[in-house]
Ligand binder design. Sequence first.
Ligand code: AMP
Ligand code: GLY
Length: 430
Amino acid sequence: MNILIVGNGGREHALAWKISQSPNVQQVFIAPGNAGTELEPEITNVPITYNTINRLIDFAKQQAIDLTIIGPEAPLVQGIVDEFNAADLKCLGPNQAAAQLEGSKIFAKQFLTRYGIPTASYKVFTEITDALAYLDTVQFPIVIKADGLAAGKGVIIAPDITTAKSAVTAMLVEQRFGTAGKQIIIEEFLVGQEVSFIALVDGTHVLPLASSQDHKPISEGDTGLNTGGMGAYSPAPILTPKLHTQVMEDIMLPTVQGMAAEGRPYKGFLYAGLIIGADKIPKVLEFNCRCGDPETQPLMLRLRSDLANLCLCTVEGRLNHQTISWDPKIALGVVLASNGYPKHYDTGHIITGLPSEHESQQSSLEHKIFHAGTKLREDGKVITSGGRVLCVTALGETITAAQQNAYALVDTIQWSDKYYRRDIGYKYST
Ligand code: AMP
Ligand code: GLY
């Protein structure tokens, strides 16, 4: 098989790296990829972004691509899968109608309510006067969400009425999030531990991946601004076998059955962002129509099954005959970011201490440095080009061991404004 991966983050580096190990895969292309994928001997970067779907389709035809795997949500919500399918090309991901589970938070909440799937209580607003009047009646903190995609910035946890009022004004009046914020949700604040439950779904069948847990806030102890994710590990100890069964029965299966019943059969990676509180009932905070980043990086380090085959079975509706196996060790990934992220940061700094190709191949079973915001300069130097730059991922027998292994590697990599959390895994390390 020839495979094309679309995207340029750490998640896509991890997917491409794992796919390139599949015995039936001949060529792996990534569009556009990053320095990490460019340095992989088995992966070829292609300078096409997902804003030009026609060019991706032409490339897939020219190179006889058997399967295209879409990493990020934006092209899925735009309908990239519909366009590939119309061109008779196989493409892993939900079509535009099914990607609404992430593309519209209102669609997702109304869907959850229709099927009695546990989630926070909420109200929808389009008029500022109604939203402001409602805020006078609620308890704080409260959660305010833009309906559409907002690059991970559309959720505001308001500790008090002043913050809440300025958030709804920013969305509904100042249109700070453009059309994504024309409609908003005001939602009950839930307390508990978050866990990422990601599955492959073929329209009917659900094959869950191992559980994982992200660390969203920028600073240690889960404080400060929310980011795309500063580190993750798999499995997540909080997701006991009992809770796993509960999530499958009460959330994943009803979701997949409901989507099919509504004429929007869901195919692709389905990521339920869950919260588990004192009542031990997992509730849906959000759906994502893709893999998590950085959750994918530790997941791919643990995955033992043939990912290309699983992806093909998903697209072809054959997941019911598939199983998936994992390294029993814990994998933990620490995100190295540019100082200032998630706000302003500089780019263009030279990164030193990255393992040579030879070293990275030899050690790739126990640890792996996945790239995100990196570029390969013409002189061969790797430079920073984004907020989240690398995800240093390692295995260990325990969370503490995986943490030690990952942080030992973190210390060997340098650039002038490297920032990272020193406490990834803190909830379970000893
Ligand atoms: P979302 O994009 O909906 O996952 O929101 C981003 C982050 O905001 C989540 O990962 C949570 O940390 C937080 N969040 C969202 N909704 C709620 C809620 N109802 N209660 C508490 N935290 C929330
Ligand atoms: N790590 C959170 C996300 O991918 O949305």
